[in-house]
Design a protein around this ligand. Structure first.
Ligand code: FE2
Ligand code: FE2
Length: 371
């Protein structure tokens, strides 16, 4: 008598990739028979061999475990009541060694509880003694079929998992490339703009490098240092919308012109707003003309309201402006620029950021000296 076998999940071959078909195992299925009664071992082994199976029969659970350590079996036919380790104890130990192993239990009459427990522990089926050989054959075939299905399912799951992770990695690579392209496009705008203005040439690149050095000097984490660098490269992209006549005007600006120039922060933020992957860099760019004393723009933030990245950009921007030639004055030496900027600490520049800027500049000068 047999119970209804546990339902196996069949996957139609048509949906399987060509290489997902189960790998055929060499030779006839290997069955391990575990029973302490020799007469049963002899009778069942003889029958199973006559049906073409390869059979190993052992009289104790411990011998079965030894064999499972050495050999791969397709199916274990296992008595429940045995001296020493019982069949119910052997079952989880065997499945732990090979989760795809098919296990059929041999139970005594009227032991429904044991049978249920065996199924719950992962047995494929059980047979009640005395065993009808025809039932044995059906149970073995069914358990082996279930095992094949299980192996197939695991194989497909593995393939799907591999495929998903490969596609995810590919997608991430594409997204990273797209993000890099977006930044590159914005940089192209900046280069085009800087190319028209001899006083601005290379400004964004220099601000980016100096700002990243200051961020590293302040011990910010690598992601933030990178965000500061990108913000430096893009901080003046809004100047693309500034009238050339105003941008290159040698003399002082009128109030209207000054407002127009200041509008580059708002325009830059608008241009870059679709590039949400820039994350904190967007905020740093928006803050790059704010001042600790609240006299900056566009939002007139003060003190701690200004992002640290914004304060760093402001310091690097001011240093680069002073050390670059302008239509109305020559470039200052690094030391002169630092001296001048020191007078702006607390009003235009954050004290800690300025101190980090000074350390970076001093280090650069000593490096130049060594060279
Ligand atoms: Fe700016
Ligand atoms: Fe700038």
């Amino acid at each position: 008598m047999l119970m209804t076998p546990a339902t196996s999940v069949a996957i139609p071959y048509s949906v399987l990739p060509a290489d997902a078909a189960p790998a055929p195992e060499a030779g006839p299925p290997h069955i391990l028979l575990v029973d302490d009664e020799e007469s049963i071992r002899v009778a069942l082994s003889r029958f199973l061999r006559s049906r073409g199976y390869q059979v190993t029969a052992v009289g104790a659970a411990s011998a079965a475990i030894d064999l499972l350590e050495r050999d791969r079996c397709a199916l274990v036919l296992c008595d429940v009541r045995m001296p020493g380790m019982t069949g119910l104890e052997l079952l989880p130990a065997a499945l732990a060694r090979d989760p795809e192993l098919a296990v059929v239990m041999l139970t005594a009459v009227n032991d429904a509880h044991t049978a249920t427990e065996a199924i719950a522990l992962g047995a494929a089926d059980y047979l009640v003694k005395p065993i009808e050989l025809a039932d044995l054959q059906t149970a073995v075939e069914r358990a082996l079929h279930r095992r094949t299905m299980l192996q197939e399912r695991r194989r497909v799951e593995r393939l799907v998992r591999d495929e998903v992770s490969a596609r995810t990695a590919e997608l991430e690579r594409e997204q990273a490339a797209l993000r890099a392209t977006n930044v590159a496009v914005a940089e192209t705008l900046i280069h085009a703009m800087e190319a028209k203005d001899p006083f601005l040439r290379g400004h964004s690149q220099r601000v980016a490098e100096l700002a990243a050095s200051i961020a590293a000097e302040l011990d910010l984490d690598a992601d933030t240092v990178e965000a500061v660098r990108i913000a430096g490269r893009l901080h003046d992209v809004g100047k693309i919308g500034t009238r050339e006549a105003v941008l290159n005007k040698p003399g002082p600006l009128t109030d209207e012109e000054l407002e127009h120039v200041r509008d580059h922060v708002r325009m830059g933020s608008e241009i870059l707003s679709p590039l949400t992957h820039l994350g904190p860099a967007l905020r740093f760019i928006l803050d790059h003309h704010e001042r600790p004393d609240g006299a900056g723009y566009p939002r007139h933030l003060a003190g701690e309201e200004i992002s640290l990245g914004g304060k760093i950009l402001a310091a690097a921007d001011a240093f680069d402006a002073l050390t670059s030639r302008r239509a109305y004055r020559p470039a200052l030496q690094a030391g002169e620029a630092i001296e001048l900027l020191e007078t702006k600490v607390g009003t235009q520049l954050d004290p800690e950021v300025f101190a980090a800027l000074r350390r970076c500049v001093l280090r650069r000068r000593s490096l130049t000296f060594i060279e």
